[in-house]
Design a protein around this ligand. Structure first.
Ligand code: AR6
Length: 182
């Protein structure tokens, strides 16, 4: 019997996550859930006001989203079905539990994806823009956390890391080659 391990279900591509027709795309949001710049701004702009309206309903229910946690909404006009909004940690030097909080973003997003029957999910490089998380460390955490999750849970069929900037794309290729070498 062949066991499909985590790494076989991971893809790394350059590009814009708003264009990806996955079941779900991740958003690097902030705890207000009211939108912002970077990938968050791009998702709200391209997906239209339905996404913000859904975020506002979540806010009135639970008052925002704490760092490391995730919430799910419609993807509005995007080709994806859902947006999973997660709040990455702001990098403050690394001694404030930032690595664990970043891993929590990926784990909690994947758990929410599974709960909604998502088969394919695309992630941006959470926290590596405005929140200044060092890109190489963030890539290693993202790849390790997702691979570990996939190895234990067969329900997610594919995770696509969508790298908007060339530096992240090259780091993901390089770090995945190191992590996954036989
Ligand atoms: N598709 C994929 N990735 C993108 C796109 C895109 N269209 N646009 C940017 N990126 P950032 P953060 C990449 O700053 O660091 C927002 O204002 C970008 O190259 O979007 O988690 C929120 O509201 C970078 O690698 O998110 C929060 O306040 C990555 O997305 C705050 O920024 C993350 O950069 C969150 O900061």
């Amino acid at each position: 019997m062949s066991v499909i391990k985590g790494k076989d279900r991971i893809e790394i591509i350059p590009g814009d996550i708003t264009k990806i027709p996955a079941d779900a795309i991740g958003n690097a949001a902030n705890s207000s859930l009211l939108g912002g710049g970077g990938v968050d701004g791009a998702i709200h702009r391209a997906g239209g006001p339905e996404i913000l309206a859904a975020c506002q309903r979540i806010r009135s229910r639970q008052g925002g989203c704490p760092t490391g946690e995730a919430v799910i909404t419609t993807a509005g006009k995007l080709p994806a079905k859902y947006v999973i909004h997660t709040v990455g940690p702001v990098w403050r030097g690394g001694a404030q539990d930032e690595p664990r909080m970043l891993a929590d973003c990926y784990r909690n997003s994947l758990a929410l994806a599974v709960a909604h029957g998502v088969g394919t999910i695309a992630f941006p490089n959470i926290s590596t823009g405005v929140y200044r998380f060092p890109k190489a460390l963030a890539a290693e955490i993202a790849l390790r956390t997702v691979t570990d999750f996939l190895a234990k849970d067969p329900r997610i069929k594919k995770v696509i890391f969508v790298c908007f900037d060339r530096e992240n794309y090259e780091l993901y290729l390089q770090i995945s080659a190191e992590l996954f070498k036989e």
